[in-house]
Design a protein around this ligand. Structure first.
Ligand code: LLP
Length: 433
């Protein structure tokens, strides 16, 4: 779906790092936070639709299905946007299955990935009649065969290939090397296809590959896809039919303006087209970050400025429990002071209130001088921010808001202290062991 020029302009305005403009998808951010408070995650529906549109356009002419990687942002309102655009889901747990179904995503467009699916989770997915299981080990294949047979069901299976390719991204989000826990090597995969008759309740007719996340160069994708394409040819020559190739996710985004230069959707898809040029079946894509990361911001107020012996600390009311990426992966996020504009530039360490030095969003960052109550925007937080949030230091989960061409909707209430403690019990009900 094309978005209006106005909406597109408002997204760019919000990303104006000079801080002169504080509108996001047509919504005034100062006015918004006086209503919903801080910290607060905000997502632009227009920006997400724009990404979906760009990817659909790049895929035109191909038999392709986009399955959003739910782990990037499992919020119901986001999944509903995906469902409305005909997008499916890549899930990794029964919890994600539940969220995808509740949001109206067609089970026929759901694929189930992950190295540790439990038998219970597989049963949920079989009951929901999802499109396909992306299987990652022989043991998983055998368990799925047993469960499908018990239900007299036949399930579609793709084998996740570990192509032993270095995605050249952060080690903690790299998945395609032989030392990683993911997928099976081509020899094991070959054996599974050869022994297909041992799995009468599985249609072993797909290949899957996912080599990592926040990948900024096309070369690793090219290498991985070429290995999968060669294996597909070998399988077809041996008489197997490959109905689907799932190329995973991993396409990177810009976290640091003027520094990160991610490939465009069309160049990424061109790489897929080229590697799979002689393949006529369905192509599945599992983007997470690329669809939503740049459509999200985290708004936070300055609690105080602390002048340390060696550095000035800008202490925000957001913390590592709201956005863990800087402390987990040393990730860079651009940060913009929205309240101040023409003030002198000052070097800050931008930190949260959590009692760990790791609770640091940025070190030595230049910002216009800030004071108590000023509003700060951390950019590119639409993926792997709220979805990885915790209540560490007993800080309730932040509010989440969807904005859309001048309107906003609170799509997740700020957690209350009572909600944060929900489910806890005093140790009164002792059971004899
Ligand atoms: N498919 C599979 C099988 C995956 O494991 C993942 C992500 C994706 C698709 C989506 O990848 P994306 O398009 O979002 O790169 N928490 C980390 C990212 C972990 C990614 C895990 N798997 C971060 O904040 O950078």
């Amino acid at each position: 779906m094309l978005i209006s020029q106005d909406a597109a302009a408002s997204i760019r305005d919000a990303h104006d790092v000079t801080g002169r403009c504080s509108r996001f998808d047509g919504v005034d951010l100062e006015a918004l936070v006086t209503r919903v408070g801080t910290p607060c995650h905000v997502y632009s529906a227009s920006a997400i639709r724009e990404r979906i549109h760009d990817l659909h356009r790049a895929l035109s002419g191909l038999d392709a299905q986009i399955c959003f990687a739910v782990k990037a942002n499992p919020l119901r309102a986001i999944l509903e946007l995906m469902a409305a655009a005909g997008i499916g889901a890549d899930i990794v747990s029964a919890g994600e299955l539940r969220r995808a179904l509740d949001a109206g995503i067609d089970p026929g467009r759901i694929v189930f990935s992950g190295v540790g699916k439990t038998a219970d989770e597989m049963c949920h997915a079989l009951d929901a009649e999802i499109a396909r299981f992306n299987v990652e080990s022989l043991d998983e294949l055998e368990t799925l065969q047993r469960l499908a047979a018990e239900r007299t069901q036949v399930a579609n299976v793709a084998l996740r290939i570990n192509p032993d390719v270095d995605a050249r991204t952060h080690a903690k989000i790299s998945t395609g090397m032989s030392e990683n826990k993911f997928g099976v090597n081509i020899d094991v995969a070959r054996g599974c296809f050869a022994n297909q008759r041992e799995y009468p309740n599985l249609r072993l007719n797909g290949l899957h590959v996912h080599i990592g996340s926040q990948i900024l160069s096309l070369q690793p994708f090219r290498e991985a896809l070429e290995r999968v394409a060669a294996f597909r040819r070998e399988l077809e020559a041996a008489g197997h039919v490959i109905h689907s190739i799932d190329v995973g996710g991993g396409l990177g985004v810009c976290y640091r303006e003027g520094h990160d230069d991610p490939p465009s959707a069309s160049d990424y898809v061109e790489t897929i087209r080229h590697a799979l040029h002689d393949y006529r079946g369905r192509i599945v894509l599992e983007p997470g970050r690329w669809l939503v990361a740049e459509a999200g911001i985290l708004l936070s107020r300055v609690i105080r400025v602390k002048h340390g012996d060696e550095r000035d600390f800008l202490i925000l009311d957001a913390a590592m429990n709201d956005l863990a990426r800087p402390s987990l992966y040393d990730a860079w996020h651009d940060i913009v002071a929205l309240s101040s504009n023409s003030r002198a530039q000052v070097e800050y360490d931008i930190v949260g209130p959590v009692c760990e030095t790791g609770d640091t969003f940025a070190r030595g960052r230049m910002l216009p001088e800030c004071g108590e109550g000023d509003l700060v925007m951390i950019r590119t937080t639409g993926a792997y921010a709220a979805s990885m949030a915790s209540t560490y230091n007993s800080r309730p989960l932040a509010a989440e808001v969807l904005v859309d061409r001048g309107r906003w909707s609170l799509v997740r209430r700020r957690q209350s202290h009572a909600e944060m403690c929900l489910g806890e019990l005093p140790a009164l009900d002792w059971q004899e062991a």
